[in-house]
Design a protein around this ligand. Structure first.
Ligand SMILES: *Cc1c(COP(=O)(O)O)cnc(C)c1O
Length: 242
């Protein structure tokens, strides 16, 4: 049997995902339009990405600097986000081209984004990444330090804190991560209530292919989907990644 092309895989998955997002949004008392679907496009070829954009995907997120830079000129018009771990020395390569950086995991990184943005005369929107399960292997702010760090970061010019992002542990059942989504939502609401200058809790970016419905039910308003949209990743094309 002929293997399905990535475009066919996308078409089949996208309509299903839209239905799932709508159902999950409604279970959280929201509408489909309240949820932003971001396509996580690592290892996906530009042709497929542009097909996705033509089909209605408005937001894409890359998570590796080199891959983003090699693809960015070919993307059809869309909102471009950076969602991967970012080293300080790569900030200058990314900031000119992206609207939102999801993965700000240190004061040091935020300061560099501020510096580069000021130089370019632009304001870069950022999310603070939270290491919600306290995993050794993951970066991100600890939940109990984020408020203090956010106050520090909010003083930097050239950036705007727009919300929080998390990548909960890989698990077999989506319900296992529900407690982390619940914690994230609480943090999001608590921080929002403090009304810290130069920060607004508008975006709660959590939920990936295996658990996006659980995430939406628990307050996510931006989900980042790769595999669910494009099928299993083929790292042989782009080298090893996350
Ligand atoms: C790859 C990636 C995703 C999407 O992962 P899937 O499980 O394939 O949906 C989401 N967020 C980040 C930060 C990623 O790197």
């Amino acid at each position: 049997m002929k293997e399905k092309s990535s475009v066919e895989i996308f078409d089949r998955n996208y309509s299903e995902i839209k239905k799932n997002i709508k159902a999950a949004a409604e279970s959280a008392g929201k509408k489909y339009e309240d949820i932003t679907l971001l396509a996580a496009t690592k290892t996906v070829d530009v042709e497929t990405i542009n097909h996705a954009i033509k089909s209605g995907i408005e937001y894409i997120g890359e998570n590796r600097v080199q891959e983003f830079l090699s693809k960015r000129e070919e993307y059809a018009p869309c909102h471009k986000h950076f969602i991967g771990h970012l080293q300080t020395n790569k900030v200058k390569d990314i900031v000119p081209y992206v609207e939102l950086i999801h993965s700000v995991d240190s004061v040091h990184l935020a300061k560099e984004i501020s510096k580069v943005s000021l130089k370019l005369g632009k304001v870069t929107d950022i999310l603070l990444e939270i290491n919600i399960a306290g995993e050794e292997s993951k970066s991100g702010f600890a939940p109990d330090e984020v408020c203090e760090k956010l106050v520090e970061i909010s003083k930097f010019e050239g950036i705007r804190i727009k919300g929080l992002m998390a990548i909960p542990p890989i698990c077999d059942k989506p319900e296992e991560n529900e407690k982390y989504f619940i914690r994230m939502r609480k943090l999001f609401i608590d921080i929002g209530a403090k009304k810290i200058d130069n920060s607004s809790m508008e975006i709660l970016s959590m939920g990936m292919s295996d658990d996006y419905m659980t995430a939406i039910k628990n307050g996510a308003n931006m989900v980042r989907l790769g595999t669910a949209l494009f099928g299993k990743r083929d790292y042989t094309k782009t080298g090893k990644g996350v």
